[in-house]
Design a protein around this ligand. Structure first.
Ligand SMILES: Nc1ncnc2c1ncn2[C@@H]1O[C@H](COP(=O)(O)OP(=O)(O)OP(=O)(O)O)[C@@H](O)[C@H]1O
Ligand SMILES: [Mg+2]
Length: 337
């Protein structure tokens, strides 16, 4: 592998795709593409496509090419990657970069091969795959090069991954194919059930981010938004409080806790005692939910804490994995394609 200064680490996420060169995030865009239906031509990519979501005529389709961490639309993913790799390469675009791209832990070989092939045909020189928890641990500087245990929980938008790492590899891990979007869905269902009012997924996400919490709080916040009466179909406002959001998202959060618990149960006892000493690191956009570390600490009996760079550590770690010394240490733990 010949290394170039423009080699890329890519975290291909359900909601966001992030590209890193060296230690720097150079592209951070929603994993969204707007397509003109008749010509099957890409109109907008990333943030521009997000701005169009739910606001365009039928002649334009805004699609999410990934679902729950894996490729759902191969062609659109390939074109999205081509666009983003070009954007990251800037004036160096004549050089095809080597790319280290992330996949969720435990996906099928057909699913991981699709990522490999889409990245290759998007204009890369050589493509390497890395499991997201390993990339995230490298990017978060967890001491995973030793024979002691480190545990990481990645709370993404479409998937939740719990993993125990040692000697640059994953000793025990599990992926649940549901993430932050399931919390949004739970808020939608709650609002409909309790008030008979329907709110959209983007509104539900705003509620979660602005007033949400994983555990009850003393200082409740509230938010009023415009919904649609489920009987008349007419616009109707609805107000939700933090306490209501805590109640609404309790079930999907319970599933997150259980995913982590099952991985702990599968972990050899020696490593469990390391994890209790070092704590459970959490990353991904879902780690920003207030109180999530307290909930996990209470439910699992392991002190949980947020890494310093929860939303970017996976892309940063993927780029770091291309550094020759790091690559040599981890290569035997990279999934073949
Ligand atoms: N402050 C916040 N509170 C709660 N959730 C948040 C907050 N900020 C972002 N999120 C959620 O984080 C999720 C996106 O996280 P992230 O960018 O890690 O996902 P992704 O990498 O694209 O998805 P995946 O890894 O599952 O494929 C979304 O569901 C978003 O609503
Ligand atoms: Mg992710």
């Amino acid at each position: 592998m010949a290394l170039f200064s423009k080699d890329l680490g890519i975290d291909l996420g359900t909601m966001y795709t992030r590209l890193a060169i060296g230690n720097e995030i150079v592209v951070n865009e929603p994993t969204l593409v707007a397509i003109a239906v008749a010509e099957q031509k890409i109109v907008e990519v990333g943030q521009e496509a997000l701005n169009m979501l739910g606001r365009v005529p039928d002649s334009i389709e805004v699609t999410r090419p990934l679902q729950n961490g894996v490729i759902a639309d191969y062609e659109v993913t390939e074109r999205l990657l081509e666009y983003l790799i070009r954007k990251a390469s800037g004036s160096m675009r004549l050089f095809r970069p080597n790319v280290m791209i992330t996949i969720p832990f435990g996906i099928t070989s057909v699913e991981s091969r699709a990522v490999h092939e889409a990245t290759l045909s998007a204009g890369s020189r050589e493509v390497f795959l890395i499991h997201q928890p390993l990339a995230a641990a490298l990017g978060a500087d967890l001491p995973i090069g030793t024979p002691s245990g480190n545990m990481l929980l990645c709370l993404g938008g479409g998937a939740t991954q719990a993993a125990v790492l040692a000697m640059y590899g994953i000793v025990a891990g599990e992926t649940m194919r549901a993430g932050g979007a399931a919390l949004d869905d739970a808020i939608i269902a709650y609002t409909r059930r309790k008030y008979g009012i329907i709110i959209g997924p983007q509104t539900a996400e705003q509620v979660k981010i602005q007033i949400g919490s994983a555990i009850p709080v003393d200082q409740e916040k509230s938010m009023t938004m415009q919904g649609q009466d489920q009987v008349t179909g007419l616009p109707k406002p609805v107000t939700l409080t933090t306490g209501e959001v805590v109640e609404a998202i309790a079930d999907p959060l319970h599933d997150v806790v259980e995913t982590a618990r099952r991985v702990l149960e599968k972990t050899p006892p020696e490593l469990v005692s390391d994890i209790i000493d070092r704590g459970l690191a959490i990353c991904g956009g879902g780690a920003l939910l207030p109180g999530i570390e307290k909930l996990l600490t209470k439910e699992l009996g392991v002190p949980a804490y947020l890494v310093d760079n929860p939303t970017t550590c996976t892309a940063e770690g993927a780029a770091r994995a291309l550094v020759p010394g790091v690559y040599a240490a981890i290569r035997r733990n990279l999934p073949g394609s």
